[in-house]
Design a protein around this ligand. Sequence first.
Ligand SMILES: Cc1ncc(COP(=O)(O)O)c(C=O)c1O
Length: 397
Amino acid sequence: MLQESESSVAAQVLSRKAQKLCDLLGLQTSVAIKGQINLGTGTPDFPTPAHIIEAGKGALDEGYTSYTPWIGIPQLREAIAAKLQTDNGLRVDPESEVLVTTGTQEALMVTMLSLVDPAEEVLIPSPYYGQYEQDLILAGGRLVPVPTFEQDDFEVDPREIEKRITSKTKAILLVSPSNPTANVLYRETLDGVAEIAEKYNLIVISDELYEKYVYEDYKHYSIGSFPGMWERTITINGFSKCYSMTGWRVGYIAAPARFISGMLPIKHAMTICAPAMSQWAALAALTGPQDWWREVMTEYGKRRRFWMESLDEMGLTYGVPRGAYYIFVSITSTGLSSEQFVAALREEARVVVGSGAHYGEEGEGYVRVSLAVPFSLLEEGLDRMKKVVRVFQARRK
Ligand SMILES: Cc1ncc(COP(=O)(O)O)c(C=O)c1O
């Protein structure tokens, strides 16, 4: 049997991190505990819309069960290019500037492996989606966190990015709307980042997976559409969150052809192509009706308000959730660390939330909670959470 010492340093680091991740997310309880309520889920709770499922089934019936071109079926690449023009203001050549991937997760890995050489650095606002760090470890690169704070609703300050630029800096990675902080970057912030990227000749990686989840008057912008930015921006998106297609595994990268051609061999090495039937389903997602989305946002908007009121009542503070479907909640008033809080909630109330410690150092003292929980569970889960929070807060008085 392979000893740990025989596996690569990257694999060893990742396996320790993966173990920690399981502990933090409560994944070791893979058999659901009876009566447990997951208030921290990352999966949308509405089903994949029926017309998308039909398109997937139809593709199977029509025999689309083989490999597709590595880069993705032309029909989907064209639909993605059209969507990027209409929704995001990006003019993209579907032939050479769109790569369909097996989920956004693969898009991120392909991007890091093709872009980042050993010892190069990528600046990322922190708290951040933990996978970025693992991708960078595998690429041999280094994640440089740029701290963001609850009092700013986790908005990154471009000056803080600039301060951390070194001769090794390769790229700035942004995720807006953000997992886990629910921040949606302001136009002015993105202007500031664009200016820095041009000044220091850096690449911008823009993860826009949650783009349609935006509340109130907040607005999502694609930095690749800003003047002069297309040439240096890698836009990453997918179907998991906005079409509830997490299990279908389709994402994509839009970037200048010189980037895409470097990514193709890596994409091939990883999965050859995205699942054929899922690509046809993704095509239906982009070209089919979009009116159902309003209903999703109305519901998520109600849950967002309910969560905020409940947290206010508990005396827990948070950054105002502008987008995505999370809230990043401070639990310092309980006197517990993130991990202790997650464990206490799980053991004493059978409620699961995500530990903020999984999202970089700045996440310590926080938990990630989710709006993707139906009211039937949310009310009960929050009642239980309130009781646990009260007990720990009272002990501190
Ligand atoms: C910010 C972010 N990027 C990428 C992913 C990966 O998503 P998928 O591979 O399902 O498209 C996730 C999943 O939770 C995420 O939150």
